[in-house]
Design a protein around this ligand. Sequence first.
Ligand SMILES: [Zn+2]
Length: 85
Amino acid sequence: MGRKRRRIIKRAPKPLPKIFTCPVCSAFAVTVTHEPGSDKALVQCGSCKKSLEVPWYPAYSEVDAYSKWYDLVVKGEASVEAGKG
Ligand SMILES: [Zn+2]
């Protein structure tokens, strides 16, 4: 009875992406800034300067904040200068 040697496979934790693509100008220049302890994160495009604050939850990572920002930008909810009513 031979014992199979187990190969130890090192699983390197994947580094989370920190830079994302901008839905406005298509530049790969969107960064997420989150200060530890804050419940908001600032997502900004370094190219067209489109920036928004999005809520940040403890389970969030940069990519979550980015997708939230992306959603808002694409839906156009960012332009709330003219309120209805
Ligand atoms: Zn942009």
